[in-house]
Design a protein around this ligand. Structure first.
Ligand code: HSE
Length: 345
């Protein structure tokens, strides 16, 4: 049995989603893949810290957060370590970086990821900040330290949008990607079509664990723009930065705009796209009014979709969850299993 010790930097929706998967599927993962994933440390700015080198009881961690919004009372020898101390001094071999996303500086996640890679620990993250802003540097750092960095969950949660593009379609030459890349805004727009108020729909998206800690990044389009940058950098080899994406969110759409579109047999969707051109590229995130016959029109709720336009295959479309606790927690598991497969190879 291969044992992997995990340190979770952040224990919000995504971390709890992963913990739930490990409680429900841990035995099956061990039996099916010969991999046992053990949480040895958690460090969260608001929910506290704990480290036990022999592993923490995951059901107790989940109960502690549910009941007290804190893990500080879970029995463990170390309970005051901050994130950097947890990364450097815990016996984790995979650091799961799931602190909040900052698309302007990438911090504090960027510092966490650099520290973990420098300490020779694998990193798995769903954090869009460091991935959109500094992925080439982080990949080089991982290679120099003979460890892996997994970022599958930064785009479309557990739906393998990056792997499909990077591993399966790379030889077909992806010229353009277009999609619904944010679950929160798609959920809000879908609810508004059924008559819901914008603020109520946003509150529901927060309650369901779709929205970022600061949901302004979702509704103003920056979250989708970060995903456009990640797709362009990782799949299309384009040196895109956040500044290159013209970005407009859904905050200016009114209930009237939504009902007028409905009456005309159309729908508003927040669409992100990047395309190679003869002189470089174009990239945008903007709300678009599309007819029901458009391939993206039927994608409702927190579901996302991406169409890859390739030279050899034409269009390939992938549809699946775009946000959510377990859905994004599953993205972490995909990358953890990739680390395991690599070790086995
Ligand atoms: N806030 C993001 C969304 C989470 O709604 O799509 C997944 O990246």
């Amino acid at each position: 049995m291969n044992i992997y010790r995990l340190a979770l930097i952040g224990f919000g929706n995504v971390g709890q989603g992963l913990a739930q998967i490990l409680v429900e599927r841990g035995d099956w993962l061990a039996e099916r893949f010969g991999a046992h994933f053990q949480i040895v440390a958690i460090s969260d700015l608001l929910k506290g810290s704990c480290h036990h080198p022999d592993g923490l009881p995951i059901p107790d961690l989940l109960a502690a957060v549910r009941e007290n919004d804190s893990v500080s009372a879970v029995a463990a020898p170390h309970r005051v370590w901050d994130s950097l101390r947890t990364i450097n001094e815990s016996n984790a071999d995979i650091v799961i970086e799931i602190s909040y996303t900052d698309l302007e500086t990438g911090e504090p996640a960027l510092t966490h990821i650099r520290a973990a890679l420098q300490a020779g620990k694998h990193v798995v993250t769903t954090n869009k900040g460091p991935t959109a802003l500094h992925f080439p540097e982080l990949l080089a750092l991982a290679r120099n330290n003979s460890v892996k960095i997994g970022v599958e969950g930064t785009v479309m949660s557990g739906t393998p949008a990056l792997r499909v593009g990077m591993e399966m379609l790379v030889g077909a030459n992806v010229k353009r990607v277009e999609g619904i890349l944010n679950g929160t805004t798609n959920y809000i727009l879908t609810q508004m079509e059924s008559g819901a108020d914008y603020a109520d729909a946003l509150a529901e998206a927060q309650q369901k664990g779709y929205a970022e800690a600061d949901p302004s990044g979702d509704v103003e389009g920056h979250d989708a723009a970060g995903k456009v940058v990640i797709l362009a950098n990782l799949l299309m080899d384009l040196p895109l930065t956040m500044e290159d994406v013209s970005c407009e969110g859904i905050t200016r759409l009114t209930a009237d705009d939504v009902s007028t579109a409905t009456e005309a047999g159309e729908r508003w969707k927040l669409i992100g796209a990047v395309e190679k051109t003869a002189t470089g590229f174009t990239a945008s995130v903007k709300p678009q009014r599309i007819p029901h016959s458009h391939p993206l029109a039927s994608i409702g709720g927190a579901t996302n979709a991406i169409t890859y336009t390739t030279e050899l295959l034409g269009d390939v479309t992938l549809v699946g969850p775009g946000a959510g606790r377990v859905e994004t927690g599953y993205a972490l598991l995909e990358d953890m299993l990739a680390i395991h497969r690599n070790r086995m190879a």
